[in-house]
Ligand binder design. Sequence first.
Ligand code: M6R
Length: 608
Amino acid sequence: MCGIVGYIGNQQAAPILLDGLSKLEYRGYDSSGIAVYNGNEIDMVKSKGRLKVLNELTHDGATLPGTLGIGHTRWATHGSPSDINAHPHFNKDKSIVVVHNGIIENYLKLKKKLENHGYEFVSETDTEVIAHLLDYYYHGNPLQAVTKIMHRMEGSYALGIIFQDHPGELYAVRKDSPLIVGHTDGGSILASDVPAVLKYTRDVFFIENEEIVRMREDSMEFFNVDEEPIEKQATRIEWDVNAAEKSGYEHFMLKEMYEQPKAITDTFSPRIKEGKIVIEELGMADEEILKIQKIQIVACGSASHTGYTSKYIFEGLARIPVEVDVASEFRYRDPILDENTLVIVISQSGETADTLAALRESKEKGARVLGIVNVVGSSIAREADNVMYTWAGPEIAVATTKAYSAQLIALYLLAMKFAHVKGMLDEAGLAGMLEDLKAIPAQVEMLLNNKVNIQKFANRYLAARDVFFIGRGIDHAISMEGSLKLKEISYIHSEAYAAGELKHGTISLVEDGTLVASVLTQKDLYKKMISNMEEVRTRGAFVMAVTTEGNTEVERAADYVIYIPETNKYFTNSLAIIPLQLFAYYIAVGRGCDVDKPRNLAKSVTVE
Ligand code: M6R
């Protein structure tokens, strides 16, 4: 949700902190700040607004001397985005400074206690409590103070901490918020996520819950909450550094849309061997697959939309009942799970707090949990019983595209595998489906190359007020994603509706010129969909349709038609989503929106 960085070493800290923050800005971007020990005291600069404001204020870090520092880029939770609420936060005599990602749930109680002891607060944040709490417990031993506050704080946190009277040390601690550390050439670095450190090191230590790190210029020590030293192994990061750069594209989102053919291929190709689907990481023998009575899918946002798509495929192909829940609701309905339920949690970041909580709830209830995750080594990847990675590479734009497409592929593979093991998909059927699957990357590429036409069409709708996306069955799931893409980056209100449901109330919102994007890729539902399109068109709607080549009948009910190539009926989502992504993208560009960093959003939602 927020991004934190820290550095101690033989280089000037501020430029390194700003560089790290620039790679973490996707995690939150309403304000930012850095604090650097200058050899005498701690200097701090922070400001509301994008990171570029901080760069300007510090002349790209040049005005802040010192080789020990911490930095933060914020997505506000407690207290509005402002200079005062921006991190870092000081204790009362400015000798301790903290950056924080997460939420301290009992901060009001702690604040009251501290106020009773004479502490005064200047911000509205929960984080300021941490700085004062450290001050309260600090008697010359930083490690002891850190473990003391860990016993008092409830909630989630990744912290970077500097104690002015220990200028050769930088402290970091984690509970339920991601944190990594690594050695650089002549120093040590900490961050919320890998892209921030890739320039300096490829060997990172993933910090686990309730672990503390003491970093020095030339060493790093790890402790548990009892202050006992612990051993940790570094993980080698194999990413290409360019994967996290724009490489000439105007936006990360556009670049990532163009990376979809590769993301799709990389996700399926290692799992197809000699005409069979081999998912070793599933860790389930055929007998165990046969025992699955129910699949429970839990995810948030776009990841949940891939879950809704896959429900039709698991049920249609493998005849396994599927429930799909958004993770923020799942735990609070006391779900019925047992050892014959396979819970599939889907997450690009692997850090989404609601999804992680759902995973834990499911494990507690005795279900087996499979994670479909993009970020290697993330919390969900580590805590799930088994993890199937989507090989989409780093995704930076807040609006997901390539990770979404890769998630669909992972789910197709699972559904086909289960159906085959259950004897519901024979060899010929499987071979045919695999052929269609292998054709998807080239078909996606072809659809992406139609971008100029979609841009022209999008330009006509820059002033749209409301847009409805309608579809039936699997096309309803595509509509959900098309609608989310549009609203999150263009700020145009939009809703996805099951096409047949529109007339039960929502159709009253349709008036002259309302854009209704209709998705119809399922042959058996064409006629029903065309009726629904006519219903809105007679009420003045402008009807855009995304349908399969050959379905020219649609032209009598639509004002603008985009054709996608023929594919297996279960794979149409992978193709129909491409024009919808392009449409959302060009509307947002045309409206002058910040496509990669839409207002109020963050890439990785690590608070519940
Ligand atoms: O990292 P996750 O896949 O768990 O994230 C889930 C959602 O927050 C994410 O898909 C969100 O809806 C995106 N902004 C959609 O583009």
